[in-house]
Design a protein around this ligand. Structure first.
Ligand code: MG
Length: 247
């Protein structure tokens, strides 16, 4: 069942989304060559708690940290560790906060130092996929319009759109219905209605759509290529989409 939030619920949800956005912004500022992913996670975790919120990824499906931090060919669910970020790495951080009974969720891929032209383009295109997906999230449109916006743009660069993981509804639970795929056909699927709150999250591989999961749960590109991930929590309103996790 897809829940439609009242305007009161939307305003209650804003705080969780704002803390999530500030946490992601902080992660982006911390990421640089020479820093461990565990250090980034620690400071982001402390930030969320200092706001009176709860890191909502911690212990979710057994995940041991506040942030998923995934480097280069790692797409999602990377576990913060003593791994040191290197010059030229691209680092995806996915983080959310819960407060007032609501959740926020957002992600971005950050450059550590100077990255290759290929990496920079992949990040730029994935970010633009998210912008196009949000622009398609108009009331009266359909889920397929969101997926098509991502897929058509990413594939025009020869990139692979990940099928095995998708965006989702978000609200009182971090993961709510509906699933929000990054592929689809215009005009198909569930109709988008005011009050829906969605986490839209394009996951784009440089080569191929296939991914694989290793023992600790980290999801990697099957090809070994780079990948990128950008996510916002948005609300669909009668006036159009609103980005709740805008920093
Ligand atoms: Mg998400």
């Amino acid at each position: 069942m897809v829940s439609l939030k009242t305007s009161k619920e939307l305003s209650d949800m804003k705080l969780a989304c704002q803390i999530s956005a500030q946490a992601l912004k902080l992660a982006g500022e911390l990421i640089r060559p020479g820093v461990s992913t565990a250090h980034v996670n620690k400071l982001v975790h402390e930030f969320i708690v200092a706001q009176g919120a709860k890191p909502n990824f911690l212990h979710l499906y057994g995940f041991p940290a506040a942030c998923c931090i995934s480097v280069n060919n790692e797409l999602i669910h990377g576990i913060p560790s003593s791994r040191i970020i290197q010059e030229g790495d691209i680092v995806s951080v996915d983080v959310g906060a819960q407060i007032n009974g609501f959740n926020g969720d957002n992600a971005a891929t950050f450059a550590a130092g100077q990255v290759s032209q290929e990496a920079a383009q992949l990040m730029e295109v994935t970010k633009e996929c998210l912008a196009r997906a949000i622009a398609a999230a108009q009331p009266g449109n359909r889920l397929g319009d969101i997926g098509y916006a991502v897929q058509s743009y990413a594939e025009s660069f020869g990139y692979g759109v990940v099928r095995d993981y998708v965006g989702h509804g978000v609200g009182r639970e971090l993961h709510e219905p509906p699933e929000v795929p990054n592929y689809g056909k215009p005009g198909r699927g569930l109709r988008l209605l005011p009050g829906m709150t969605l986490a839209i999250e394009p996951m784009i591989n440089q080569k191929g759509a296939a991914v694989k999961t290793i023992e600790d749960g980290t999801v990697l590109t099957a090809s070994g290529s780079l990948c990128a991930h950008f996510e916002h929590t948005i609300a669909i309103t009668t006036e159009g989409p609103i980005i709740l996790t805008k920093a």
